[in-house]
Design a protein around this ligand. Structure first.
Ligand code: MN
Length: 423
């Protein structure tokens, strides 16, 4: 079964000892398009890899597709996933045991971050009613055996609230160091009853091999690099944050739950995956899984051709949607549907399908030559948006703009692209 090592192609190998506080994050920040392997990390026996996914093309490679076919490929995979897994004994991830979080090369990334954060951990949990869940959460190291975990109000939060209402802790396994398809699947917006690991199997083209955990009643991918087993404690909250999130600005301090670690295991020669917040890799892993949902939402109202969350908008706040326009109102309907598909999106540009949505120059060209502010702008004043946008203000409300940069169907001749005849 494919793992992190199958995907890893280091562009740069650093042999000198580096400090997990700032030094590694600075190098990853300066080289966003280079996968870097740090062989010797101060205070830990484990090496670190960062910028594992360096481009949209590499992410698509991990998912077995291309950037042109990506949305269709993932949508099809999501439809055909079934819950078949094989369970293996003697899983590589259980080869070694370590005694404390202090032994792991967990980074401190930015100056005002609250401390050392695990950012590439997939948290696996189970609920009697909803089944298994896998999702990515940031976790702040409190001491050798405790973490603060940020739970946004999605599935794991729901599982936790149910356990807490019974006065119980929620068992979890935090898995670090996997093939990017698993990280992608764990960030995908599935329904609460759907298992993200099934999507990962469908994307990898083979059922994931799982291993039984030692101290919690869960199963995890057998060839992950590291696993931290533990429980999210009921009725306990600590300060979590500040933390640098996808926009590269500091997310605020909140009261969040606490993970009590029971055991830590890793492969004999484990590699720790460091995911630098606000990096290309972070943005692609968080933003790309939203694009199929935007596509599906727009498909209900228009003939949608492709969708992208653009890098300049942190792969989160700005989208471009290409449609094949068949009615004058198609683009305006597409704008509203795109916002429904991804409520965190603040600005969206709808273009005709002759525009390359991966080219910011072409998208700007469409705005320059096909858009009029009084006629083609849609403004949604003070609606729910992203909490990660510092301009949104304390109320959590934001103003959204949609740009209809499509050609009016009644006057297409004015937009004809001039050609040079062949002699
Ligand atoms: Mn889920």
């Amino acid at each position: 079964m494919k793992d992190l090592r199958d995907f890893l192609k280091a562009d740069l190998v650093v042999e000198e000892e580096v400090d997990p506080e700032y030094e590694i994050s600075a190098m990853l920040h300066e080289n966003p398009r280079k996968t870097i392997l740090f062989q010797r990390v101060k205070g830990s026996k484990l090496p670190v890899v960062g910028n594992l996914v360096t481009s949209r093309e590499r992410m698509c490679e991990a998912l077995g597709t291309t950037k042109e076919n990506y949305i269709l490929h993932v949508t099809e995979a999501a439809k055909r996933c079934e819950g078949e897994f094989s369970l293996v004994d003697n899983a590589p991830v259980y080869e070694r045991r370590c005694s404390s979080l202090e032994e792991l090369p967990i980074l401190k990334h930015f100056e005002k971050d609250a401390g050392r954060y695990i950012t590439s951990g997939v948290v696996i949990a189970k609920d009697e009613e909803h089944g298994r869940n896998a999702s990515v959460h940031r976790m702040l190291v409190l001491d050798g055996h405790r973490l603060a975990i940020r739970l946004v109000e999605r599935h794991l939060h729901e599982y936790y609230k149910k356990a807490e209402a019974r006065g119980e802790a929620l068992e979890i396994a935090i898995v670090i160091g996997m093939h990017p398809a698993l990280l992608f699947a764990s960030s995908y917006s599935f329904g609460i009853n759907q298992d993200e690991l099934c999507l990962a199997s469908a994307l990898l083209g083979e059922p994931i091999e799982l291993a039984k955990c030692k101290t919690v009643d869960l199963e995890i991918p057998a060839n992950a690099e590291i696993v931290i087993e533990g429980r999210i404690l009921p009725h306990e909250r600590v300060d979590e944050g500040p933390f640098t999130d996808i926009t590269g600005t500091y997310d605020k301090v909140r009261k969040q739950p606490v993970v009590e670690v029971s055991r830590i295991y890793h492969r004999r020669d484990a590699i720790y995956h460091a995911l630098l917040p606000s990096s290309v890799e972070h943005r692609l892993l968080m933003g790309m899984p939203q694009e199929p949902r935007i596509f599906a939402s727009v498909a209900k109202v228009a003939r949608v051709k492709n969708v992208v969350l653009t890098p300049g908008g942190c792969s989160w706040l700005h989208g471009v949607v290409a449609i094949e326009k068949r009615g004058e109102e198609d683009a305006k309907r597409a704008i509203l549907a795109a916002f429904e598909g991804h409520p965190s999106m603040k600005h969206v540009v709808v273009v005709d399908d002759d525009i390359d949505i991966f080219s910011s120059e072409e998208v700007e060209f469409a705005i320059a030559t096909r858009f009029q502010g009084d006629r083609d702008l849609v403004m949604l004043r003070l609606v729910r948006g992203s909490s990660l946008d510092p301009s949104a203000g304390k109320t959590g409300l934001t103003t959204k703009l949609g740009f209809d940069a499509t050609k009016p169907l009644h006057n297409l001749s004015a937009y004809e692209k001039a050609r040079i005849p062949k002699k």
